[in-house]
Ligand binder design. Structure first.
Ligand code: NAD
Ligand code: UGA
Length: 461
């Protein structure tokens, strides 16, 4: 753009995933004068965004698309055209944990981000603002700037960090009413102008006092830090849940008592079978890797414990289950209610259900899964990837079929509809004793016991 203070006219987002799709849809909704194009190399995904069967399930997303798609919001596989036309290019591609070579199992794999940077450098003309929307290790902007500098000398490019804090299941609400918008940029005149240009987009609907402007590195690191703090709270409450189970304290009561302290606050203190999702584990591991890389082993070990505690919690859950079922689940049907990593989403990436089901299959259990938001094929393919015993696995379209003939029913996702199932009917369909394991402390335990269930939760009796 020749004058960076003018509101941008065209935005391109590379990556039409859980972040790129909803985020750009809301920008298009709130900025009708901006033409927003979301591009992706995945043809199926783009076709789905252009259809009625959206690739991402989020409450309220269809309503946003209704008013924007085909008007000022477009989904396309033409990555080059999207880049060339745009004033602002968001990079919103996946940044998974590296599975090979140096840093495998911890470092973020930045190959997709680098490919985007090289593509932009190769084909773009004129001034551009490149925005890191993906979650990346601190100092990634350095790499992007260097690729630009050394491959496209004619262009004037500014690189900004603008991490996304939306949570799945509440993405549209989070995007409409964010706690803050964080924009990091270079501490130069043109850097500040670029930050202001991006801020002007958000100012269409976000109060300016909620827009935080920082240097690049603070912004990049703040994203990893925010996820690490959130994950740490869950591991802390889950660690205490183990202590509750041997002392007859009740973790829900403990959480309420400590959460009343305004300095602690009540959110993110729900004990569970463990946290899942595509980001907490990868981002904490990324932070651990960075600390090791910068010669801070004690800091690395501190954050790594968050992940170790989460692994412990998932394994502990299945161990307790097997022990309660007279030390064996071999040949016994176990019904799993909920497979998504949380309610309100169809996302199953890193869901604790994978570990629990896989451990049960390992123990030769017959696992039957029902999830109201996840398709059967998706459940089966996730579990086939991690377990050879997949003949013992079935995904059902109906909760009652999943529970019929089972020795135990297990809740792994906190779908509200599980509160309203006919548990009298489920009890009558089950083998006796009818064991029930509530991995989210979702149900009324006294009511379940009155029906006749032998119910156990997390961190409570
Ligand atoms: P995703 O896997 O759902 O989507 C990423 C998309 O990028 C894919 O569709 C992929 O095909 C596309 N892509 C990869 N390389 C490409 C290339 N070279 N050109 C064009 N398209 C390409 O990922 P996501 O969940 O949307 O996450 C994206 C980033 O946002 C990650 O860094 C993640 O950590 C971060 N993040 C995610 C969430 C979340 O809730 N999922 C929230 C905040 C931040
Ligand atoms: C999380 C963060 O909340 C977002 O701010 C962030 O943008 C996002 O990661 C990301 O970077 O990807 P998300 O993973 O979508 O969002 O969902 P959360 O609500 O954070 O839940 C994560 C996991 O923790 C779920 O498995 C959930 O069930 C579990 N959880 C959450 C608990 O076990 N207890 C709690 O009290 C809260």
């Amino acid at each position: 753009m020749s004058n960076p203070q003018i509101k941008p006219q065209r935005i391109c987002c590379i990556g039409a995933g859980y972040v790129g799709g909803p985020t750009m849809a809301v920008i298009a909704q709130k900025c009708p004068d901006i033409r927003v194009t979301v591009v992706d190399i995945d043809e199926q995904r783009i076709a789905a965004w252009n259809s009625d069967e959206l690739p991402v399930y989020e409450r309220g997303l269809d309503a946003v698309l209704e008013t924007t798609r085909g008007k000022n919001l477009f989904f396309s596989t033409d990555v080059d055209a999207g880049i060339v036309a745009a004033d602002i290019i968001f990079i919103s591609v996946n940044t998974p944990t590296k599975t090979y070579g140096e840093g495998a199992g911890k470092a973020a794999d930045l190959k997709f981000v680098e490919l985007c940077a090289r593509k932009i450098a190769l084909i773009s003309t004129g001034n551009k603002i490149i925005v890191e929307k993906s979650t990346i290790p601190v100092r990634t902007a350095e790499m992007i700037k260097r690729i630009m500098r050394e491959n496209c000398s004619e262009n004037v490019v500014q690189v900004l960090s603008n991490p996304e804090f939306l949570a799945e299941g509440s993405a549209i609400q989070d995007l409409h009413y964010p706690d803050r918008i964080l924009i990091g940029g270079e501490e130069t005149e043109s850097g500040r102008q670029a930050v202001d240009t991006l801020a002007s987009v958000y100012e269409s609907w976000v109060p300016s006092e909620k827009i935080i402007k920082t240097n690049l590195w603070s912004s990049e690191l703040s994203k990893l830090a925010a996820n690490a703090f959130l994950a740490q709270r869950i591991s802390s409450i889950n660690a205490l849940s183990a202590l509750c189970e041997v002392t007859q304290a009740n973790i829900d009561e403990v959480a309420q008592a400590i959460g009343r302290d305004r300095r602690i606050g009540p959110k993110f203190l729900k004990a569970s079978v463990g946290f899942g999702g595509s980001c907490f584990q990868k981002d904490v591991l990324n932070l651990v890797y960075l600390c090791e890389h910068f010669g801070l082993p004690e800091v690395a070990a501190y954050w790594e414990q968050v992940i170790k505690m989460n692994d412990y919690q998932k394994r502990r859950f299945t161990k307790n289950l097997v022990k309660t079922l007279f030390n064996t689940v071999s040949g016994k049907k176990i019904a799993i209610l909920g497979f998504a990593f949380k309610s309100g989403t169809n996302d199953t990436r890193e869901t604790p259900a994978i570990q629990v089901c896989s451990d049960l299959l390992e123990e030769q259990g017959l696992v039957s899964v029902y999830d109201p938001g996840v398709k059967r094929e998706q459940i089966e393919s996730e579990l086939n990837l991690v377990n050879a015993n997949s003949n013992n696995l079935v995904a059902e379209d109906d909760p009652y079929s999943a529970c019929a003939g089972s020795h135990a029913v297990v809740i792994l996702t906190e779908w509200q509809e599980f509160k309203n199932l006919d548990y009298q009917r489920i009890f009558s369909l089950m083998e006796k004793p009818a064991f029930f394991f509530d991995g989210r402390n979702l149900l009324d335990f006294d009511a379940m016991r009155r029906i006749g269930f032998q119910i156990r939760g997390i961190g409570r009796v």
